[in-house]
Design a protein around this ligand. Structure first.
Ligand code: RRO
Length: 308
């Protein structure tokens, strides 16, 4: 089955890939992705300097999904600027995710990383886990100002990783800014922050940072993810490439994201739970669905969700 896709003129032989943050911090993890069936290598969001991240335990998986408060652990962008050229041998697109605690952080990372020419840059506007730092994506004016500055510096196609929005007014306001800036793709959604998971036996929280609050991912966020993919697909009249992320654990979930308008999908919680074999399992499952329904390619049904 043809699961290939194109985002901002970058060709992906399969549209399934890891989500930024999921097992993609170290060179070894990135090379494991290179050898896997992942359609791309997506890096952990990078900041100017190495970060240890938040204290452990900071990730917890449960039947409904996951909660994390990793706190941006990463090697720092100078290290990724050295690693990225070494990943080219795997012959698949490289997506560098950049983040920061201030606009200056983002701009520095953008300047350095653009010079090593990853295929795409994903600007993370939505980390929910830095104490005292709200998600930039929830401040439309701050996002606008940051993106306009980044646009001047970036020489590779770039997109934004957005937090989930829960009201059409917010989707419209954000889409307006993204249209004005001229981003090349959207990646939606980041984890749903800030949730709280409770262990009723121990009568306590399950992760240590921020008194147990963290970003929710996995199965339970799929309807929120689908709504965001669909809302932006419609607001951009089907012309904006969208990478759908959130709640993908089966081929059916991939299919649903594509029906809503995704051109590609990223896997976070299920990849952490299952390891790299998740990509071939999902490939097989979604291929079977498409075959059974008589489609010749995944993109044939992109955005074709029917309304009642
Ligand atoms: O590192 C994290 O805590 C983290 C990040 Br940067 C993000 O964007 N989303 C998330 O769920 N965790």
């Amino acid at each position: 089955m043809n699961l290939s896709t194109t985002i901002a003129d970058v060709h992906f032989s399969t549209c399934l890939m890891n989500a930024a943050g999921a097992l993609c911090v170290t060179q070894e993890e990135l090379e494991t992705l290179g050898r896997s069936r992942s359609g791309a290598i997506v890096t952990k969001s990078m900041t100017p300097a190495f970060r240890q991240g938040n204290p452990e335990p900071r990730y917890y998986s449960f039947p409904g999904g996951s909660i994390n408060s990793m706190g941006l652990p990463n090697l720092g962008y100078p290290a990724y600027a050295e690693i990225i050229p070494k990943l080219r041998k795997f012959g698949k697109p490289i997506i560098a995710s950049i983040a920061g605690l201030s606009p200056v952080d983002f701009l520095e990372a953008a300047q350095t990383i653009t010079s090593v020419q990853p295929d795409l840059i994903e600007i993370n506007l939505s980390c929910p886990n830095i104490p005292g730092k709200p998600q930039i994506g929830y401040d439309v004016e701050a996002s606008r100002s940051l993106l306009l500055q980044l646009k001047d510096v970036l020489t590779v196609p770039f997109g934004v990783k957005l937090p989930p929005y829960f009201d059409p007014v917010h989707h419209e306001a954000v889409a307006g800014v993204l249209q004005e800036v001229g981003v090349d793709f959207l990646s939606v959604i980041n984890s749903v922050g800030n949730g709280l998971v409770v262990d009723p036996d121990k009568e306590r929280v399950v992760i240590k940072p921020k008194a147990g609050f963290g970003g929710i991912g996995g199965r339970m966020i799929k309807p929120v993810a689908l709504a965001n993919v669909r809302a932006f697909w419609k607001l951009f009249d089907g012309q904006m490439p969208i990478i759908g992320t959130g709640g993908i654990v089966s081929g059916t979930d991939v299919f649903e994201h594509v029906l809503c308008g995704a051109s590609a999908v990223q896997i976070g919680t299920a990849f952490v739970d299952e390891g790299v074999t998740v990509f071939q399992r999902l490939e097989k499952e979604v291929s079977e669905i498409l075959h059974r329904k008589g489609y010749e390619s995944l993109l044939q049904c992109r955005g074709t969700l029917q309304e009642l």
